[in-house]
Design a protein around this ligand. Structure first.
Ligand code: ATP
Ligand code: MG
Length: 414
């Protein structure tokens, strides 16, 4: 019997996992500078939370959720995105009692039943932030800036920011009529999903992946914005300009999730086949109350880590070498071998990355191993050296070797 991973899942092996660690540490570092704090919520939640929180007419809820009934007859769903769970936790733990804005971030796996391809998986990872408790457009701009900083600081080039305003529910109701007037004559040539969404949630039609060509000349929601929405959008644009964040306006950007109000944005980049969106987010002023909490406005983003890493590879971005060891202890002979066990443990305790041989190999094979591991030093322990309490320390880059007392090795390496 041979087992294989399920379609759409990936093993992240040593050699690649360092890229992940680098990207994740950047995300954490940026969040700490922007004063966002980590929140960890469960990988599964009640199905109803996502139906409500993500929206019945979204791709996610209509066809992508991993839903199952547990032994207690509850309908549960593996989280397809991060916002619903964070907002559920915010409400359940009464974080709204905090006088400051709740600025939260998460990094972790999400699950969607999709057709797997490069950049699209069934288990994938998102880095996301949520800022709940303020309607200030400066917060929308801050979240957009945070994502932009993330892409810039991991070293990606050519990431573009697109923004739009999807208004309030009242604005959307008015826009709906104008949009339907445009879509109705095209009904027959649109895909089945679009046809059904025209009746239930026409705005969502603009998010269709296959029919974009038919939407040329569609009315702009920006022309339907009321005074309040326009003022909010203007302020977001102003804040972005003040920070020097480049952006473009895309009036057809509506995002896949139902809960957005006012600002919607996406990060775009070329290089992953047909996929051009690497992340996105928006403001969600109705979401907290929709899932049973108080009226608290929020804004957030979700960035795909697989797509970030694919782009880093595509752009051949040099990453810092996170792996490697400081010293490889080459031990020759039984007594030396015994000393090596003690010595690597002592070095490791002192904060030095140390390795040794475990296969009784000859000197040459051990040195090759040190080379493969990228050891900065090798320390050769033969029976003679051992008898004198000494070890031969070799700097691999410089090639020079000197004899040091075993007891002084840790100090020398530091
Ligand atoms: P797409 O239009 O590509 O399906 P989406 O609108 O469904 O994306 P969001 O729900 O906004 O995506 O998720 C934010 C980010 O998460 C995406 O921009 C992408 O980087 C990543 N993402 C979403 N779905 C997947 C997936 N199945 N595999 C890998 N990454 C994904
Ligand atoms: Mg999708």
């Amino acid at each position: 019997m041979k087992f294989q991973k399920s379609p759409g899942t990936q093993d992240i092996l040593p050699g690649v996992v360092e890229r992940w660690q680098f990207v994740e540490s950047k995300a954490r570092d940026i969040c700490s500078r922007f004063n966002f704090r980590e929140i960890r919520t469960p990988l599964f939640e009640s199905t109803e939370l996502f139906q409500r929180g993500v929206g019945e007419t979204t791709d996610i809820v209509e066809k992508e959720m991993y839903t199952f009934v547990d032994r207690g007859e509850r309908s549960l769903t593996l989280r397809p995105e991060g916002t619903a769970g964070v907002v559920r936790s915010y409400v359940e733990n009464k974080l709204f009692g905090d006088p400051d804005v709740s600025k939260l971030y998460y990094i972790g796996p999400m699950f969607r039943y999709e057709r797997a391809q490069a950049g699209r998986y069934r288990q994938f990872h998102q880095f996301g932030v949520e800022a709940i408790g303020s309607v200030d457009p400066a917060l929308d701009a801050e979240v957009i800036a945070l994502g932009y900083s993330f892409y810039t600081e991991v070293g990606l080039k050519g990431v573009r920011v697109e923004i739009n305003s999807v208004g309030t529910p009242a604005v959307r109701a008015a826009f709906r009529e104008r949009l339907l007037a445009f879509l109705e004559p095209k009904r027959e040539i649109l895909c089945k999903d679009c046809q059904s969404r025209m009746d239930r949630n026409p705005l969502r039609v603009l998010d269709c992946k296959t029919d974009q060509a038919h939407f040329e000349g569609a009315p702009s929601i920006l022309d339907s914005l009321d005074e309040e929405c326009t003022a909010h959008f203007d302020k977001v644009k102003q804040c972005l300009s003040d920070m020097g964040i480049p952006f473009e306006i895309n009036h057809r950007l509506v995002r896949g999730l139902d809960y957005y109000t006012h600002t919607a944005f996406e990060y775009k980049a070329e290089g992953i086949g047909a996929i051009d969106t690497v992340g996105g987010g928006g403001r969600y002023n109705g979401l907290v109350s929709d899932i049973g909490g108080p009226e608290q406005p929020g804004v957030g983003l979700g960035l795909g880590l697989e797509r970030t890493i694919l782009l880093l590879e595509h752009q051949k971005t040099e990453l810092p070498n996170l792996h490697g060891i400081d010293v490889y202890i080459v031990a020759l002979g039984e007594a030396a071998d015994r000393e090596a066990t003690k010595l690597v443990y002592e070095l490791r305790r002192q904060g030095i990355r140390a390795e040794r041989d475990y296969q009784g190999r000859k000197m040459k094979a051990q040195l090759k191993s040190a080379d493969r591991l990228g050891a900065r030093f090798t320390a050769i322990l033969g029976d003679d050296e051992l008898a004198r309490g000494e070890i031969a320390l070799k700097d691999m880059a410089q090639g020079e070797q000197r004899i040091v007392a075993i007891s002084a090795l840790a100090g020398e390496l530091k």
